[in-house]
Design a protein around this ligand. Structure first.
Ligand code: DAH
Length: 377
């Protein structure tokens, strides 16, 4: 970079105070101020320029006062005084004009840079959309809301009590193992029932709901659950479930069958059939797995001249667990097991979405690949 150019002008000491000598000094000075004014390009430069000329301490005008006016012999003072006043006025005007012209060129160039090209395409602000898992969850919840169910939620970090004990899992129940629970670390000093874990299912919300509401009740409880499962096409350590609970007087297994059969038809189409297969859960007795007729082969077990891969040629797809609430569970929430009865069910949301949308890998729901997600928008 070239060194910054200093003002070449300096105020001369006057020895000769004749009119001609004064004329020349004034002309040189005015030429200098005009030249410098022409070089000002921005506000900073203008301020430096102004201070060089106007600063009280040692600006050129102050120097003019000392070197010209004060130094002038008595008989020249009047003439010098007039010229100095004229000089001050002209310098003042030049500096003001420099500011105005600098501002107007600056604002033109600002206008230039801020000019809007209205022919350019606008900024796209894509609308967000429901995630397929949330969308499926809302659809299932809607089916049950239409049947008069309300929605309850519970914490994702649960105690062993709500996740297992009050659901009739005994301390060494093998089901505790199969859930492959993720426990919060360093809680060995706490009694088992107070230890915190990531809930392995939404069933603890059943207990929380019965603790705060008296029968009759009908609720669905959607939410996120966690298991210590390795990732593969059908397993994820994080997934979602929807729990259902209905407790009233005289609720029977028929009500359970009718409710779930209706829900499956709402979710997968009216031609879908259901089948209840004996199973076991500690908090229901009896328990069942619900199977729906295969939505890919129509329940026939074969498709396109070969066995149906989706139902392994059985014609049935297992979808959820359910059962009549075990009377032991009522004991944990102060319900009178002799007076009330009820059913419960729990289903995996991703599993439903996978079937409904023909997704072949559960990981796709969690990878955040927009190309996948956009298909559900
Ligand atoms: N909590 C069970 C699970 O995660 C699912 C389940 C089965 C829930 C039966 C229920 C039920 O409410 O009655 O495997």
């Amino acid at each position: 970079m070239p060194p910054k150019k200093k003002s070449a002008y300096t105020v001369p000491k006057l020895k000769d105070f004749s009119a001609a000598a004064l004329d020349e000094a004034v002309q040189n000075l005015l030429a200098a101020v005009v030249r410098e004014a022409g070089e000002v390009k921005n506000e900073l430069e203008w301020k430096t320029f102004r201070d060089r000329w106007m600063a009280r301490a040692n600006g050129f005008l102050t120097q003019v006062n000392t070197l010209w006016l004060k130094a002038a012999p008595k008989d020249a003072k009047r003439d010098v005084g007039q010229r100095v006043n004229e000089v001050k006025k002209r310098v003042d005007e030049t500096i003001a004009a420099a500011l105005a012209s600098m501002q107007s060129t600056a604002s033109t160039s600002q206008l230039d840079t801020e000019r809007v090209d209205i022919t350019l395409p606008g900024n796209r602000r894509p609308l967000g959309a429901e995630h397929p898992v949330i969308k499926t969850m809302n659809e299932v919840v809607r089916v049950f809301r239409n049947l008069g169910y309300s929605v309850e939620e519970g914490p994702e970090i649960e105690t062993d009590y709500y996740n297992f004990e009050a659901l009739n899992f005994s301390p060494n129940h093998p089901a505790r193992d199969t859930q492959d629970t993720l426990f919060i670390a360093n809680q060995e000093s706490k009694p088992l029932r107070e230890r915190l874990l990531l809930r392995t299912h939404t069933s603890p919300v059943q207990i929380r709901t019965m603790e705060k509401m008296k029968p009759p009740l009908r609720v669905v409880c959607p939410g996120k659950v966690h298991r210590n499962d390795a990732l593969d096409a059908t397993h994820s350590p994080i997934f979602h479930q929807i729990e259902g609970l209905a407790v009233d007087t005289n609720i029977t297994f028929c009500d359970l069958k009718g409710t779930l059969d209706h829900a499956m038809k709402e979710m997968f189409g009216s031609s879908v059939r259901t089948r209840f297969y004996p199973s076991f859960f500690p908090f229901t007795e009896p328990s069942a797995d619900v199977q729906i007729s295969c939505i890919f082969c129509g329940g026939r077990g074969y498709r396109d001249g070969g066995p149906c891969r989706n139902c392994k040629a059985s014609g049935w797809i297992e979808l959820l667990g359910c059962g009549m609430v075990d009377p032991n569970v009522y004991g944990f929430v102060d319900y009178d097991a002799k007076k009330v009865s009820g059913f419960a069910f729990g289903m995996g949301v991703e599993r439903i979405a996978i079937l409904k949308y023909g997704v072949d890998d559960i990981q796709l729901f969690f990878n955040g690949d927009v190309r996948f997600l956009q298909q559900f928008a």
